[in-house]
Design a protein around this ligand. Structure first.
Ligand code: ZN
Length: 350
């Protein structure tokens, strides 16, 4: 008892020192978002100190580049961003930071969207009418398969900076991906089929056919499916409306058709006309769920819900968006729990 209390006291006392003092042997990393930070921590482990610029309760598109944020960027050896122009504020922030090593094009500037297939690619590549998604939807971290790929980018980047530690980074990545796979597919299925194979299949047209295949004892792979995919399976096909394109990758991965957005265009506030049209779409398509996130106003979603009988679900969409979402795995855990519970209130879910 006393020992526990003592340890707790020690960890509180050691906090201020951990904030960004140069911990020996640790590479100083700045991540644009808490999600990027969580993924870098998973791979970097004890060898990195990671700070994020945007907090989990903030809109990642809009951030005021304050001197204190510039200072964080100035002291970092490497910067990780989500990319696809999510961080519209990054250029002025980096200008103020005066840290040439982390400027675009330098080895210390890492784009986590590299190698990821963007959704919602606009027909024209411009910012017409203020569209904040000119390179496609940048909310890529809400698909666990994208995060799998992002861990590879992190491992490569950290190994370039510290080649002597590349085995540690590879081991950390492997451990995290194992936990991610088990959380996504369920441990039984990962043990039966292997995480890499499952990830390839899930991303292909062969996934449903694979689930129907019979395993030795007569049961199909589909019976072994657990984790987030198993939990979300009864919700598949449930149409949703979202506030902004935040949920696009999540909805794509878990099979929720997106019937529309409250914003007429990404980053453009809702107009009366658009909300009227959306009401019609929702009534016609019997859309029962409106997804929003912690940093959007609640008035328009509430009105839309009143008019259509749909339910508003305000979910965290970044690590730190709520108290319990302390890392990427708990974020996805929270999101899938809330959604499956809302869609199938009677269904038992672990
Ligand atoms: Zn966006």
């Amino acid at each position: 008892m006393h020992r526990i209390r003592f340890l707790r006291l020690m960890s509180v006392l050691s906090l201020p020192g951990a904030v960004f003092a140069a911990a020996p042997g640790r590479t100083r990393v700045v991540a644009t978002t808490t999600d990027a930070a969580s993924i870098v921590r998973a791979v970097g482990g004890d060898l990195v100190t990671v700070e994020s610029l945007v907090e989990g309760i903030q809109d990642p598109h809009t951030l005021a580049p304050t001197p204190s944020l510039m200072l964080k960027a100035r002291r970092a050896e490497v910067l990780f961003k989500i990319g696809l122009d999510l961080e519209l504020w990054l250029e002025p922030l980096l200008e103020g930071a005066r840290n040439p090593g982390i400027l675009p094009g330098r080895p210390g500037h890492i784009d986590l969207s590299r190698g990821i297939r963007p959704l919602d690619l606009p027909v024209r590549l411009d910012r017409a009418d203020g569209d904040v998604h000119p390179y496609g939807n940048p909310h890529i971290w809400l698909d666990p398969l994208n995060v799998r790929r992002m861990t590879r980018t992190v491992e490569e980047a950290l190994s370039r900076i510290r080649p002597d530690e590349s085995e540690t980074f590879a081991g950390n990545r492997e451990g995290f991906v194992r936990r991610l796979d088990e959380a996504l597919f369920g441990r039984t299925l990962v043990e039966a089929a292997g995480g890499d194979r499952l990830a390839d299949l899930l991303d292909s047209l062969a996934w449903e056919r694979f689930l129907e295949q019979t395993v030795a004892d007569g049961r199909g792979f589909g019976n072994l499916l657990g984790g987030w995919l198993g939990r979300m399976r009864p919700a598949r096909g449930t149409a949703v409306v979202e506030y902004h394109g935040t949920f696009a990758y999540f909805a794509h991965r878990f099979g929720l058709p997106v019937a529309g957005q409250i914003e007429p265009k990404p980053g453009i506030p809702p107009t009366a006309r658009h909300v009227h049209d959306l009401t019609g779409i929702m009534r016609e398509g019997d859309v029962r769920i409106i997804l929003s996130t912690v940093y959007y106003e609640t008035e328009v979603p509430r009105r839309l819900a009143e008019r259509t009988g749909a339910r508003v679900l305000v979910l965290p969409t970044s690590v730190g968006g709520t108290e319990e979402t302390t890392d990427y795995l708990t974020l996805m855990e929270t999101m899938t729990h809330a959604l499956s519970g809302a869609v199938m209130p009677e269904a038992p879910h672990e």
